[in-house]
Design a protein around this ligand. Structure first.
Ligand SMILES: [Zn+2]
Length: 252
């Protein structure tokens, strides 16, 4: 049921009731969640200008399959200096999600972030739609490499066994999200009894994808930044996720 008349307190109360009684919770995490952990926002104009100044291309252009194929050296310069250098640590939001997982009530954590914070705190079922920066692999033999191996390599990183180039385990612009990953995410949403959308909004195509597969009426959106489409959620709370989710989950 859509109800935009709820006050903040009523929304909090209702969201708490929903999360307390749900047993198949799916959380969908957007960029807002990692920004609250200190990650850079690549949609921020200042960040974009700085990167264009330094690398003479926009972040989106550099992180594209075309640029990666044509200029692997320049790609990896950026990837190491900017993308991998953008490190952050899990905050209270992740502790709250971990608690739901420990209670056996978190069905899945679907994320559009590549920092790997969900796995870092030990959440068991993580669906990384855009891949992970922690998984890089050899294009020839498939051997996997951690971030530090990439950071410590000179130029284009190569496999220590077969000397072929390593590619990053994230989705580049121009690449499709893997089918099996999309199916997994769709199935999780279909079976969810509550869906919490965190740090993103209904403008995001992945959020719309998830919602299209969710059949329930317990859709909670928590995001600092408002978007006019947000009203499609059953409960909307426009605050920082790290302020709200712990109150809903950790305060008993
Ligand atoms: Zn190899």
């Amino acid at each position: 049921m859509i109800n935009m008349q709820l006050t903040f307190e009523e929304s909090m109360e209702r969201a708490k009731e929903i999360l307390d009684s749900a047993n198949q919770i799916v959380a969908l995490l957007g960029v807002g969640v990692v920004m609250e952990c200190g990650a850079l926002n690549y949609l921020n104009n200042e960040v974009i200008y700085r990167i264009e100044d330094t690398y003479h291309r926009s972040p989106d252009e550099i992180m594209s399959t075309g640029f990666y194929s044509a200029r692997a050296d320049r790609f990896f310069q950026y990837y190491k200096e900017e993308y991998l250098a953008d490190r952050c640590k899990p905050n209270e939001t992740f502790m709250a999600l971990k608690k739901l997982d420990d209670e056996g009530r978190l069905k899945a954590c679907i994320t559009t972030n590549t920092h790997g914070l969900e796995k870092e705190v030990g959440i068991r079922k993580v669906i990384e739609l855009y891949g992970s920066r922690n998984v890089n692999w050899c294009t020839k033999c498939g051997k996997r490499f951690l971030v530090d191996y990439i950071l410590n390599s000179k130029g284009v990183p190569v496999c220590d066994e077969c000397y072929n180039p390593i590619r990053p385990g994230i989705r580049l612009y121009g690449e499709m999200i893997r089918n099996d990953v999309m199916t997994e995410a769709a199935n999780a949403c279909q079976e969810a009894d509550a869906l919490i959308v965190l740090g993103t909004n209904f403008y995001d195509s992945m959020v719309r994808f998830a919602i299209n597969h969710y059949r329930g009426d317990k859709l909670i959106l928590i995001s600092k930044h408002e978007h006019f489409r947000d009203k499609s959620a059953d409960i909307v709370i426009h605050e920082e996720v790290k302020e709200i989710l712990p109150k809903l989950v950790l305060d008993k």
